[in-house]
Design a protein around this ligand. Structure first.
Ligand code: ZN
Ligand code: ZN
Length: 731
């Protein structure tokens, strides 16, 4: 090798590269490829300096990306040529305190295969240790207090290491070298009830509480109707299907259809709840929906339990739309009040940050986040921007997450849920402060929704920062543009239940032409006069009455907006279906007179209306229920006329998306399309739309790392602000 071919490069890696054994991995990879240089942690990132030929440095970086240890995540790589500097070997340098760059804190990591093997080995000192962990696994963000991520800055400070653990912690060859969550039977947290006692209660059909990484769960046997009934009683008869935890992949496969990519996602260190289509089942609980929210255990303690009784319903112990419970006192108080909770498997390790389980699915052969929380937050997303400043994006009102940005890095918060809840508001504010201090972010700009009545809008207003208000559906589209670094113009198809429009109407079936931080509304679902108010959002039959009224009063003759054809559906509703909507007459009068009505182009409410008209469901007992059941009906068109019409309706909407996009392309030449908004959680609609649009030559993009529902809004808000700032050319 000729010295003249050699160059020195400084390589910076952002992502989850600290606290996961990344530097030793870099050193090993360099050794293997005979690359010489050095590696160190700077602030929250890893810096590598190497000298070799450009090609070999390329190979080295490819190997780092390809072979990185399981929990590591590389968000961004920056390479810079340096003046030539020869090295004799590859060395790991001590960490630099440098703090000029974006800090990263790892997300929580599920127990790794090596630790699991030890936990199951009777000869291992950590045999059956419920809190077994190592350098590449264990809780992270939920126990951290301050950076850097060191033991004394986490709630593990309550558990001084024994000599045995200390020895591993300090020996550089050990896989627990500097593993901040290291503990054993002698020095670690303990379960408040034995696994056997818990199993006995569960086997007897009881509900018990369990303290997991991000908060308290309620657990019970999904195959015991009695246990499920008790759980619903405790959860105030919530109708939503519960997530189910299985002891291993093989057991999930007994219940569900699992593709390779789904199997990989289930076993990933984030251990998301994955929406899987299930096989026919005797269980009434499982037959409630086409999908089971299925997941694998994250902690040793969960494995110990599930090895004896599996599957188990695992749901948060709080009531729906209330924050997940993290503190022992709160849980104990609840148990005192609630005799149906027969016990609790707790432990003394404090949870610093509450964190719901994440929810994901695989669509179009790709993972898509539905709720980005445990295992993902607070890993930042990297966006394509030259804006160097810092932004707070307040997010939406429901399914809320906020975002903080530092240069191109967007730190999405965990999931908070419904911001109408006072408890959630408090936790939201607490977490903004916490993330600002952890990541040393001082926003110079706040972004919020256009809606004047959102709590998050009020919060942004009182922050005292310069304020940018962003239209809801524009933010949805921008979240897709941010994720895929889309350049030029994009046709955004943004469908959801509700969002405040620039004309004061309620939008939700929008076709927006977007570029940078700007948008133009190209088309929308035809306006219908709807009964207003929050209650009407739940009452799908009110949407149905609104559509019937519109149908009878010239809907088809209007020329603004894109119309749907409800002829067959309304005919079915009037002829074949015995309707008993208490209050229908009153509702019709109110709509005619325009009392408490709004103009709306909401696609979500159209789905509600159709579900009610087809007699499938006329009320949302939980958010999105009518649309979910309408989709379930469409999945089995052979089961009757209503189901057949449900499927035709899905096809019609997909065709409407295609036709409208074709029209916009004829006008503008744009062929990039972004599909986003909560309505696209509908798998049939999503797959139909994707295949039609692709058939007609569109490039279609959708959300992957953030949710298509309002959980992803904050990313779009931040992105729009960045792009507007870039266009202003200012900081
Ligand atoms: Zn481990
Ligand atoms: Zn120990």
């Amino acid at each position: 090798m000729n010295r003249n071919d050699q160059v020195t490069e400084r390589i910076r890696l952002w992502g989850i590269v600290q606290g996961v054994g990344f530097r030793p991995f870099v050193a090993k990879t360099a050794d293997r490829l005979h690359i010489k240089g050095e590696v160190l942690n700077i602030g929250g990132l890893v810096e590598i300096v190497v000298t070799d030929t450009s090609e070999r440095i390329d190979d080295f970086i490819n190997a780092l990306e390809r072979d990185k240890p399981l929990p590591a995540e590389i968000v961004h790589i920056k390479r810079r040529r340096e003046s030539f500097r020869p090295f004799n070997s590859f060395t790991i340098l001590d960490s630099d305190q440098g703090d000029d760059e974006a800090a990263m804190i790892p997300a929580d990591l599920a127990v790794c295969p090596d630790c699991l093997a030890e936990m199951r080995d009777p000869s291992d000192p950590r045999y059956q240790h419920p809190f077994i962990s190592c350098m590449v696994c264990g809780p992270r963000y939920t126990i951290i207090d301050r950076i850097p991520y060191d033991r004394e800055n986490t709630t593990m400070i309550d558990f001084p290491m024994c000599d045995f653990c200390e020895k591993e912690y300090t020996s550089i060859q050990d896989r627990r070298y500097h593993a901040q969550t290291i503990s054993c039977h002698d020095c670690g947290p303990e379960l408040s009830m034995t696994v056997e006692q818990g199993v006995a209660l569960l086997a007897a059909g009881e509900v018990i509480a369990f303290k997991s990484m991000g908060g308290y769960n309620l657990i019970c046997d999904p195959l015991s109707d009695g246990a499920v009934a008790k759980l619903r009683e405790i959860k105030r008869r919530e109708q939503k299907p519960f997530a189910i935890m299985f002891r291993d992949l093989e057991q999930i496969q007994q219940y569900c259809y699992v593709s390779d990519i789904e199997a990989k996602l289930l076993a990933s260190s984030a251990r998301p709840i994955l929406l899987l289509e299930h096989k026919p089942s005797d269980s009434a609980e499982i037959e409630k929906s086409r999908f089971i929210g299925s997941f694998l255990p994250s902690m040793g303690a969960q494995y110990l339990l599930l090895e004896q009784i599996s599957p188990l319903i695992v749901t948060s112990a709080n009531l729906s739309e209330q924050p997940i419970i993290k503190d022992d006192e709160i849980m104990n108080a609840l148990i005192k009040r609630e005799p149906l909770i027969k016990g609790v498997i707790s432990n003394q390790r404090r949870i610093q940050v509450r964190m719901d389980d994440s929810v994901a699915r695989v669509i179009d052969g790709q993972p898509q986040m539905i709720r980005r929380s445990k295992g993902y937050a607070p890993v930042p997303l990297y966006t394509d921007t030259s804006f160097p400043g810092q932004i707070l994006a307040a997010g939406g009102q429901l399914k809320n997450s906020f975002a903080l940005t530092k240069g191109p890095f967007v730190y999405m918060s965990q999931y908070f849920g419904d911001m109408d809840s006072l408890e959630n508001q408090e936790i939201y504010e607490e977490n903004i402060q916490r993330m600002e201090s952890l990541f040393r972010i001082k926003p110079q700009l706040a972004v919020c929704d256009l809606h004047p009545l959102y709590y998050t809008t009020a919060f942004a207003e009182k922050s005292g920062l310069p304020l940018l208000r962003v239209q809801h559906h524009h933010a949805h589209v921008a979240s897709v543009m941010a994720e895929h670094a889309l350049k030029g113009q994009v046709i955004g198809v943004s469908f959801d239940g509700t969002g405040y429009g620039t004309d004061g109407a309620i939008w939700g079936g929008e076709f927006l032409l977007c570029q940078g931080g700007e948008f133009e509304r190209m088309d929308h679902l035809r306006y219908v006069r709807m009964l207003g108010g929050d209650a009407s959002m739940k009452e799908a039959w009110k949407s149905a009455v609104s559509y019937m009224h519109a149908w009878e009063t010239g809907y088809r003759q209007k020329d603004e907006g894109v119309a749907v054809d409800l002829t067959d559906i309304i005919e079915f509703a009037t002829k074949e279906k015995e309707r008993a909507w208490h209050g229908e007459e009153l509702a019709r009068k109110a709509i005619s007179a325009g009392i408490n009505t709004i103009e709306s182009s909401s696609m979500g409410r159209l789905f509600d209306a159709v579900a009610a008209l087809l007699g499938i469901k006329d009320r949302n007992d939980y958010e999105g229920q009518c649309a979910i059941l309408l989709e379930d009906a469409a999945a089995t068109p052979e089961k009757g006329r209503a189901n057949q019409l449900a499927l035709e309706f899905h096809h019609q909407i997909a065709k409407m998306i295609l036709d409208t996009c074709v029209k916009i392309r004829e006008k503008t030449g744009v062929s990039q399309v972004a599909l986003t908004g909560g309505v696209f959680q509908n798998k049939i609609l999503m797959e139909d739309s994707l295949s039609l649009l692709r058939e007609y030559g569109f490039q279609v993009f959708y959300n992957v790392s953030v949710s298509p529902n309002d959980g992803g809004i904050a990313l779009g808000q931040a992105y729009i602000a960045m792009k507007k700032k870039e266009a202003e050319g200012g900081n």
